[in-house]
Design a protein around this ligand. Sequence first.
Ligand code: 5AD
Ligand code: SF4
Length: 403
Amino acid sequence: MNAADSSVMRGILENRSFEFSENPEEADLIIFNSCSIREHAEDRMFSNLGLAMKKNPKAAFILAGCTAKRHGAKLFKRFPHLGAVVAPSELFSIGETAEKVLSGVAGIEALEGGYGFVPRHGGVSEFVVIQTGCDNYCSYCVVPFLRAAERYRPAEDILREVRCLAASGTKEIVFLGQNVNSYRDEKTGGDFTDLLARAAEIDGILRIRFLTSHPKDISAKLIDEFARNPRLARHLHLPVQSGSDSVLRAMNRKYTSADYLGIVEKLRESAKDVALTTDVIVGFPGETDSDFADTLALIRKADFDGVYVFKYSPREGTASFRMEDDVTEEVKKERLAAGLALAKELALKKREAYIGQKAETLFENDDVGHSSQNYLVFKKGAKAGDFGQVLIKAVSGFRLMAE
Ligand code: 5AD
Ligand code: SF4
């Protein structure tokens, strides 16, 4: 989401004749786009921001993103060099804010904005935000507080952006939102699957991906779309967070492990070759050894192609912040390592099954691309924008090596 927001900000600024600099030490304006999801992300950003200010004291600085929203004007005290803080919902005001900061105005806080269409020149694969905010209030998560209520962009606006990107040479679109599969178009009443189907018809678009879905909103229609729509990439990222029903309840996730495995079964019946990835949090308050064993068992049953494992990080303002963070750091680390080891085993097994098989691949860069399953593919001599079947000869460090 931050990468998508950054490319929108870049598009807005380039339309105002700003020029992107590859070298932050020579830039006149430096924008940090920040993430608050875990404490570690914030800490790292603050130390990078301080460092960048030391290295280029003449530049103007803007802090955008969730951390800007979370700490607001307090940050001007901590970072006297900071000219503005811009919340995620105010992204579209970045043009005016940047001009003001460069003309010497300081202490600017979150102007009014809204989400919309930005004409921009696309690369081979581009993010398109279709939905902002989140209404789910998972008990550990700051997103609903920092990215506001769920809002959906009108389908016409989204499709206009996709057509514009396709005309500039983009071949793959990644629809993005905190909760894409609850998407609704107010004007037509169309749902997320309808949007996917319409985007797939746009000339020049070879492949569509989407991120992220919530298990409670996965419809039978969306699962069927994998079998029906050949342009839909064979990949679903579906965060499960835990395999223990009591932890899922405490997390306010609104499904059980059996519900989740039911979705997996239907998906594999509809389209066998869809890769499935997930997010898991270890060390949530009250998580016992047996809860964690349930998580490992679910990971094995679901036979994931990839698992992102995170140590629980208490976030002020969330419901679980009031629960005791009672899993020790040592146990969190052990569970993280065990989760990652299992994830690695499954990921390698899945990839090795492709040796001797063909994989439909889009090369975003020379030599490097992604298969429809979102596996990294390496093929010497491939050019950025190449698309087609490649023969997989070997697996090296999670990459498919192709001919
Ligand atoms: N602590 C640890 N992980 C978290 N995530 C969200 N909030 C937290 C938190 N407080 C993870 C979830 C989510 C992913 C983007 O980040 O797994 O799916
Ligand atoms: Fe956070 Fe849950 Fe919303 Fe995802 S669905 S952004 S984890 S509150």
